[in-house]
Write a protein that binds this ligand. Structure first.
Ligand code: N01
Length: 511
């Protein structure tokens, strides 16, 4: 399996300091946003580490053909760094990556980033009230750790018999091997999720044959994408508030989808009709139409958007295979009916470790157990998706139940950054060395979330998805409006936390 990274060459960065106040793990949207806002708040004693060679995170790593955002870029960008130059409503990956690199450069925080550094372990030291973090570049001690490692960073490989023995080229969608020329080749792709539906139309014409292994047909709506006119771009740049108003319009437009997900799935009937129309428009063969028509409620899995996916499936050199994969041989894929389809290249578009994030197994809390141990026992649960009982001074961005089915994760990320900055400010002002949500606050938060979750389409829509863990609990998505989330995270609610102060400060207070 190819694990090669792409992107600009590693800048030469100094090695890690031994001590920092804040260590940020990950340099994607979350880590970069946190770094910029930490700096703006006057907190300059921080370092950001990332195993990659530049900023961008999932946008740096996902370079597959056709990669683009599926939330309009006007909203899928930092509110504090608007980009008047977006070329179109849904920007392609290179443009998003260039945006992130540009924001990083202009913000003047890049000197605090250390690339090519992998976090191996982080352990809370209760005596000294610090995190000791071992990395591929040495050990760093930090008062506070902000984990921005993201939910879509670790590719998930399918457990299919024989996959290790495949003799042709094989790579995951998130680790695209650009050295492989697909022209004229017999190619198979496993998966029909958000990544696959962007890849398939982008390579269908180029390859000799394409077998699409579909386990579950997704709902795919038309993609209302267009290039911005020169006049619009001029207005974004020069007309005061125009871009802000445009972004606000998109924000509220998307927020109207919330009731359909969280309250009454029938509200999504027009979306369902549009998606069914999309099938009919792209495919004329009734058998293929039936094969790609989903059998679950729209919204239960992520709703995808594409105008080119169904026409690609309808091509003569493309076959949608639904028989189920029994095994992979050195030269092909064998389906449950015993048919072997020979191929030269296998693309694995099977998603990410979302509910079982590998980093959780490397973060050890107050009692020496890892986040992975704790979550393995009780299920993934945090307080406000940001802090976790038993793990003092650990903040997670894009943590439990912060994902969205309808709007921009950047909005959620910025809400969490504000919460963390408020925490750091209150800690500083109060001489507080450690904060940790009380077990009661965390339990109440999660009870409320899971109560709300019961009526969402993600629970009732008749599908299985990566939103749900092995117990059927939805620990990934936020079941309310994004403005509710922002409101709840506006200020750090220290009364819901156990706090500790440095012994010196205690003595001063006594005196
Ligand atoms: O992954 P997925 P993804 N045998 O998990 C199938 C974001 N994203 O990389 O549905 C056969 O959605 C699986 O089948 P099933 C976005 O948040 C955003 O596509 O489980 N098939 C499914 O079809 C998205 O939700 C953009 O039955 C197997 C597919 O593989 C998230 O990333 C673009 C299998 C996995 O789909 C992940 O998307 C791309 C097996 N053993 C991604 N195992 C934007 O546009 C899995 N599958 C912003």
């Amino acid at each position: 399996m190819t694990t090669k990274k792409t992107g600009p060459k590693a800048p030469v960065t100094p090695s890690l300091p031994e001590r920092v106040r804040v260590l940020v793990i990950g340099a994607g949207f979350a880590g970069l946003g946190a770094a910029i806002k930490l700096d703006e708040s006057g907190e300059t004693d921080f370092v950001v580490v990332d195993k990659g060679q530049t900023v961008g995170g999932t946008w740096r790593d996902n370079t597959y053909p056709g990669a683009a955002c599926d939330v309009p870029s006007q909203l899928y960008s930092f509110s504090f760094a608007p980009n008047p130059n977006w070329s179109r409503s849904f920007s392609p990956q290179p443009e998003i990556q260039a945006y992130l690199e540009d924001v990083a450069r202009r913000s003047g925080v890049l000197d605090r980033f250390r690339f090519g550094v992998t976090v191996e372990d982080a352990a809370w030291d209760e005596a000294d009230q610090v995190w000791n973090v071992s990395t591929s570049d040495g050990t760093v001690t930090a008062d506070v750790v902000i984990s921005c490692s993201g939910g879509l960073s670790e590719p998930k490989l399918p457990e299919i018999e024989g996959i290790e023995d495949f003799a042709g080229e094989i790579f995951h969608s998130a680790r695209w091997d650009h050295d492989v020329d697909l022209t004229g080749k017999r190619v198979a792709i496993i998966g029909t999720g958000a990544s696959a539906i962007q890849i398939i139309p982008s390579i269908a014409e180029q390859v000799g044959r394409l077998d699409v292994y579909q386990r579950t047909a997704p709902w795919v709506m038309p993609r209302h994408d267009r290039a911005y006119t020169g006049l619009e771009r001029l207005a974004f740049r020069h007309v005061p508030f125009f871009q802000k108003a445009y972004r606000t319009g998109i924000y509220w437009g998307r927020e109207t989808f919330v009731p359909a997900f969280t309250w009454q799935p029938k509200i999504a009937t027009p979306a369902k009709l549009a998606a069914l129309g999309n099938i009919k428009k792209g495919i004329s063969d009734p058998d293929l139409q039936a094969k790609v028509t989903p059998d679950f409620q729209i919204g239960c899995k992520r709703i995808l958007i594409s105008n080119t996916y169904y026409p690609a499936l309808a091509r003569d050199n493309v076959e949608v295979v639904t028989d189920g994969i029994a095994a992979i041989t050195p030269h092909g894929v064998v389906t449950r009916d015993g048919t072997e389809r020979e191929i030269d290249c296998l693309i694995v578009a099977t998603g990410f470790h979302t509910t079982d994030q590998p980093i959780a197994h490397h973060i050890k809390g107050r009692d020496g157990r890892t986040l992975g141990d704790v979550w393995g026992e009780r299920g993934v649960a945090s307080y406000k998706g940001t802090t976790t009982s038993g793990f003092p001074n650990l903040f997670q961005i894009v943590g439990a139940n912060t994902g969205l089915g309808h709007s921009s994760m950047v909005f959620m990320i910025e809400s969490q950054i504000a919460y963390i900055l408020s925490a750091l400010e209150q800690m500083k002002a109060g001489g507080i060395t450690a904060v940790e949500p009380t077990a009661e606050a965390q339990a109440a938060w999660n009870a409320d979330l899971q109560r709300r979750m019961k009526r969402t389409v993600w629970s009732t829509g008749g599908c299985s998805s990566w939103y749900l863990d092995e117990h059927g609990n939805n620990t990934t998505l936020w079941p309310r409006t994004t403005f509710a989330f922002r409101g709840l995270l506006r200020t750090f609610d220290i009364d819901k936390y156990e706090t500790r102060t440095a012994p010196a400060v205690d003595k001063e207070q006594v005196a």
